[in-house]
Structure formats: C-alpha cells, structure tokens
Design a protein around this ligand. Structure first.
Ligand code: PMV
Length: 333
C-alpha cells in the first residue's frame, strides 16, 4: 500500500479463526500474551468474522464521544476490546473515535476460536488507518495483544508461533494441503463458562503438571512439524492428539479443575477412536470449550460423517479446509 494514501472513512475486514493443531497454553511472565509454548495452527475457511470500522457518524447521524462497539448487533462494552484499542493507540496514531461493528457467522465464545478471528479482523481493520502500512509480522504482533491466537489468524493456511515470540509466521499457504478437511462438531451452541485467558493463567498457577506440559511441547512440536512437512495426517494427528490431551491434563489437574468437556464431547472422542480402529484416518482435537474438531481427508469425509452419525446420532457440524488470510476492503468517501 502506498504510504501517501489518504486514510479510509470505512474499512471492512473478513477474517477466519485459527485452529491450533499444537496448542498455545501458558504465557511468559513478562509482556502481553507471550507464549510459553510454541503453537502450530490452520486458518479455517468458511467460518468468518466480519468487522466494519468507521470514523464517520454513528447510526443516528450524530457523533458520539468515545468508541462504539457493536457485536452481533448488540452494543457492548467489552473490556478486552477497550484494552486492546488503548494498546493500539499507544503504539500507533489512530483515530480517537471509532465505530466498530463485528458479526460472526458461527457461534461466539463457544470454543470455535472466535477471539482469534475477532482480534485478527480488528487489528487488520486498524491497520488500514496506520501509515506507513504494517508488515504481516507487525500486524501479527498487534493482533497478539488482543488475543494470543489472533496473531496466527492474520495469516491464511498453516502458521507457527514460536514460544517467546511476539508474532506468528506463515508456514504454508492455504493450497499446501489440498485434500485436508476439518470437521467442526458443534456439541453445543452455549457460550463457555470460563474464557481461555483466565483458564490458561489458572492452570499455569495451580496445575502440578504444568512444567511437564511446557517441556513436552518441544517434542510435540518436532512431531507436528514433521507431519506437516510430509503432509502425513497420521503423524500430524498423533502429535495433535498428544498436544490437546496434555493441555487438558493441565486443566483436569488445576485446583479447582477446569472441565470444558461435555458428555457429547467424550462421545465424539470415543467414536473417533473407533473409526480409526476401523481404518479411517480421522483425528480429533479440542480447545478451551466443549466442541470437537476432526482432521481428515476429503475422500473420507462423507464416510466419516455417516459412521459418526451411527455412533452418536444426528449432529451439527461445519466442514472447513485451510482458509485465506483476512480480506480488507477500504472506502475513502
Ligand atoms: O489466545 P486465546 O486467549 O484465544 O487462547 C487460545 C487457547 C487455545 O485455543 C486453547 C489454544 C490455541 O493455541 O489457540
């Protein structure tokens, strides 16, 4: 982008969430959202946060004092967003008053990484007001301050965020693994009770296995990088399983424990195990919420859905694949 471009009046960003295959779970003591574990993730096509930012008048045609934040059509005062805006304004000269409208086409705060797409979209939108334009890495570092996982969602395809780093890097684009599919199984539409931020801190402070989790991350990372490089779903899936189950071990052993799993989550995990025993290449993972995400190949997706239905009954799901980076549209008048 040319650095002498005028600033836009409105910006519209469409961003997709970042699903961790290797989990970020634990922070360094200093800095904002600096990860104690490396994570590797894929950006999910089809799931979208659309965020519009404008500097013109609000919907009544009057100017209002301060920022206006509207999420899924509800005006909200969201401390995480307000804190992030303060941080962004400390770093960059940004308009002092913004109207921000954001909408998700998937359940919000239900364990589908809506905070990653939400803050990636917001950071990319603010980026349109910053001169000179931010590099991908600078944008990633900005998004990180909103939510750690958002620093990966500013890129498409496969991303890596190395422990101790302020930003993620793209590893392979969305075309790298053409037949990889992600089945997102919605076991509930209810928002989760505990956010990832507080659960992560709580586990790091109270779980006696937390230091082992951090140590094992090195081994999981090597396994996963090899699986990704070889496009070997079995290798990647085995590493992914170790990572999510170890992460949950820190939750189960926290004091008091954090239990996101529902009976329905367990039913999917069990069914997935059975499908694998029956020769299907399907691997599950979970995040800070009850939803279960399955990785599989396009050619086996139909059969996997059919077999899962036999095991757990009808279920709601979204089918996704490695997705694109955020799309930014700007309007100057
Ligand atoms: O960055 P946050 O606060 O959305 O935390 C993300 C935590 C996990 O989703 C469980 C793991 C990850 O790497 O995305």
């Amino acid at each position: 982008m040319a650095d002498n471009l005028p600033l836009p009046v409105r910006v519209r960003v469409t961003a997709s969430p970042s699903l961790a295959l290797l989990k970020y779970w634990g922070k360094e003591k200093s800095g904002i959202n600096i990860p104690a574990t490396s994570s590797i993730a894929v950006t999910l096509s089809g799931l979208e946060t659309v965020t519009e930012i404008s500097t013109d008048f609000n919907q009544d045609g009057k100017s209002s004092a301060g920022d206006q934040i509207i999420i899924n059509d509800e005006p909200v005062s969201d401390p995480k967003i307000e804190l992030f805006l303060r941080y962004a304004r400390d770093q960059y000269p940004l308009p002092s008053q913004l109207t921000i409208r954001s909408r998700n086409n998937f359940p919000t705060s239900a364990g589908l990484a809506s905070s990653s797409s939400g803050f990636a979209a917001l950071a990319a939108g603010l980026g349109a007001y910053i001169r000179p334009a931010l590099s991908g890495i600078e944008l990633s570092a900005l998004a990180r301050a909103g939510s750690g996982s958002a620093c990966r969602a500013v890129f498409g395809g496969f991303t890596r965020w190395i422990r101790g780093s302020e930003y993620a890097v793209p590893v392979y684009d969305h075309t790298y693994w053409e037949d990889l599919r992600i089945l997102l199984i919605l076991v509930t539409r209810q928002p989760k009770s505990t956010g990832s931020r507080s659960a992560m801190n709580h586990c790091s402070q109270t779980s006696p296995v937390f230091s082992s989790w951090i140590r094992e991350n090195h081994r999981h990372e090597e396994m996963m990088l090899a699986g990704l490089q070889n496009r070997d779903l079995e290798q990647l899936g085995a590493a992914m399983r170790q990572s999510y189950l170890f992460m949950f071990s820190t939750m189960f052993t926290a004091d008091p424990p954090v239990i996101y799993w529902l009976p329905e989550s367990m039913a999917v995990i069990r069914a997935c195990e059975k499908l694998r025993r029956n020769g299907l290449n399907v691997w599950e993972t979970m995040d800070a919420g009850p939803q279960v995400k399955l990785l599989c190949q396009e050619s086996e997706t139909g059969r996997i859905v059919e077999e899962l239905e036999k095991e757990i009954g009808p279920f709601e799901y979204r089918l996704s694949r490695p997705g694109l980076p955020p799309a930014v549209e700007t309007c100057f008048d």
